[in-house]
Design a protein around this ligand. Structure first.
Ligand SMILES: NC(=O)c1ccc[n+]([C@@H]2O[C@H](COP(=O)([O-])OP(=O)(O)OC[C@H]3O[C@@H](n4cnc5c(N)ncnc54)[C@H](OP(=O)(O)O)[C@@H]3O)[C@@H](O)[C@H]2O)c1
Length: 313
């Protein structure tokens, strides 16, 4: 089968098309196979490829296959889903360091990672959601804010931030979204009470405090600003970070949490149904063939435009 291998840690040029034997039914106990139609390009993929996560990936040495999010068809049945069912999910790469990621025609997954894709959702959209949605939902769970609380979402034009903003607004939170320039109005349509254009973290703090002078109850830090945006949180508030190395030290009784999204198939199923009903809106930036993976990584790294870059397989 066709796969993309990381041949050495480095820039997008280290990504190469290669051929590997296709997994066979039952060759790894407890795992089933999915024939992929689409794979998402996550920020974590870029960092693993670049060697930035060397501490976290441990013994994982090139060549290995990258990739986390997937959408495709089950090749083997799982409880409640026949072979042939359209499914999506993500491989929790930090726990599953097999080097057999989702930039491949066939992947092995645990049945509890996969959710069915409704007919009205195409593979590219489905592949943009799993890791981002789990991260957004579990981060908001960790914040545990009551309806009416104020929340700043940085990186709200990004895939995780956009979902966090919508889930927070649906839970009755008052959201201030930090937007990619030009997205301010759209983020209000998605539920933000107010949106400010991205800038330096100091700009963000100033603009938010202009709107809510007493400070907000919490920050969801989708842009990984970390400590420089902490001044926007009121004493005793909360802050959720999405990367261990972008987690500020607590101060002023602010509770600081670091979250890693974990697969939750039941919730992913609900989310995909909401996407089908247009109750949750996500954004795909570009769809490119697997063979153009290096260019997809270049665009994702350049912040070319907000939304998930999708590889068609
Ligand atoms: N902990 C976990 O389990 C987990 C899971 C998924 C993702 N993540 C992390 O969460 C972050 C968001 O993921 P994503 O998939 O939403 O990525 P994304 O789609 O690339 O979005 C990132 C957003 O952050 C903004 N941003 C980035 N750098 C910025 C800067 N220096 N100043 C201001 N804004 C900046 C970008 O703004 P523009 O649109 O204006 O460029 C973009 O909208 C990533 O860093 C990713 O690694 C963590």
């Amino acid at each position: 089968m066709r796969v993309v291998e990381v041949t050495a840690y480095g820039g997008p040029e280290v990504l190469r098309m290669a051929r590997r034997p296709e997994p066979e039914a039952g060759d790894v106990p407890g795992r089933v196979r999915v024939r992929l139609k689409a794979a998402g390009v996550n920020q974590a993929d870029l960092r693993i490829r670049a060697g930035v996560y060397a501490d976290e990936v441990g013994d994982l040495k090139p060549p290995f296959v990258l990739g986390t999010d997937f959408a495709g068809k089950l090749l083997d049945p799982v409880p409640g889903m026949a072979a042939g069912t359209r499914v999506a999910g993500f491989v929790p790469w930090w726990e599953e360091l097999t080097g057999e990621g989702t930039y491949a025609e066939v992947v092995r997954v645990a049945p509890e990672w996969v959710a069915p894709i409704p007919d009205d959702v195409d593979y590219t959209v489905a592949a943009s959601i799993p890791l981002a949605s789990a991260t957004a939902q579990q981060s908001l769970d960790r914040l545990g804010l009551a309806a009416g609380s104020t929340l700043v979402v940085t990186g709200a034009s990004g895939v995780v931030g956009r979902l966090a903003l919508q889930y927070a607004a649906a839970a009755g939170l008052r959201v201030v979204a930090v937007a990619h320039e030009g997205d301010e109005h759209e983020l209000k349509v998605l539920g933000a009470e107010h949106s400010v254009t991205r800038g330096t973290p100091e700009d963000v703090v100033r603009k938010v405090l202009d709107f809510i002078p007493e400070g907000v109850d919490a920050v969801f830090d989708g842009a990984l600003h970390a400590a420089p945006v902490l001044p926007v949180v009121k004493d005793g508030g909360a802050f959720v970070a999405l990367a261990a190395n972008r987690t500020p030290a607590p101060e002023r009784n602010i509770r600081v949490e670091t979250v890693r999204g974990k697969p939750d198939a039941a919730r992913l199923k609900e989310t995909l149904e909401k996407v089908a009903a247009r109750e949750v809106i996500t954004r795909v930036a570009d769809v490119m063939p697997l063979e153009e993976v290096a260019e997809a990584h270049r665009r994702a790294e350049a912040g070319h435009r907000p939304g998930r870059m999708i590889l068609m397989i």
